[in-house]
Ligand binder design. Sequence first.
Ligand code: ATP
Ligand code: MG
Ligand code: FE
Length: 336
Amino acid sequence: ELILGIETSCDETAVAIIKNGKEIVANVVSSQIESHQRFGGVVPEIASRHHVEQMTMVLEEALEQGGLAVEDMDAIAVTEGPGLVGALLIGVNAAKAVAFAHEKPLVGVHHIAGHIYANQLVEELEFPLLALVVSGGHTELVYMKEHGSFEVIGETRDDAVGEAYDKVARTLQLPYPGGPYIDRMAQTGTPSIRLPRAWLEEDSYDFSFSGLKSAVINTLHNAKQKGEEINPDDLAASFQESVIEVLVGKTLRAMKEYGVNQVLLAGGVAANKGLRGALQQAVEKEGKKLTIPPLSLCTDNAAMIAAAGSVLYRLGKRSGMDLNANPGLDIEKPFN
Ligand code: ATP
Ligand code: MG
Ligand code: FE
């Protein structure tokens, strides 16, 4: 079984081909980071234009990499949401055109389901499982009792983790996206600055990162007013320690309460070295298994969309030629 995946929800134009839901045959990602960097974030209009310019080339390159033609595919999977509506539309329309022209089934995929299924490219999933999703727009704990079933048991009430990383980085005058820079600085620094931990209500699996972000900004501001020096590496390390402590703490509690044997880490922030290490140690200490995608499959790509698409295709999901971009798509209803 061969699935062609297409992803354009944000600022990477990506096409991949996956065999039997788990084997990467081709994986092409064209990033636009440089075009957005001088604006300090993703500019939606620029993103859409880049997708239009790149889509045909990226598609052709993926087919060439795999030595395959669209004819060889069993289905075309595409991110239908969430994301930037104009960006999503380019991928959805490309997928519809390819599916229509070659009479192939079309399967709409939830972007976050894709991030989660990036783990299936690493190893077989064992249900029930718990996924910690940490990305630029999402921070969620997702319980999966079987393939294609997603229950969000906790989510952020304000900023996503990636967003908090990027905003803190911006305050420290680092380039966009700042997550990887903060991560690197945190390896050097010492977590010596006291910052809050947002545990929220005792039984809640929800998250909140805006208070922590403000505390970092205030710390810098106050030091400046007093004419004191703050070591940016120490600030990065202190921020990262607070983030990791809460993420790992809540994941571990959910893992025990829901009785799962496998935990997945997913999303762009899963590339974070500190988080990968801390979660690995905590999960293994409890005798459970943690799966983390390799760095290239943590940030946006189409291999993960094809992997999730393969699962939905086997479960019988088919999208019509009326498939539309849906920026508010609900992961708990994957068969919309
Ligand atoms: P979503 O998936 O929620 O729609 P997105 O697709 O924009 O959002 P991803 O591509 O999954 O987000 O992840 C990008 C985010 O990951 C950015 O905020 C970036 O700073 C962050 N990130 C990447 N690498 C690291 C790292 N090593 N440490 C911390 N954050 C990181
Ligand atoms: Mg991106
Ligand atoms: Fe993403």
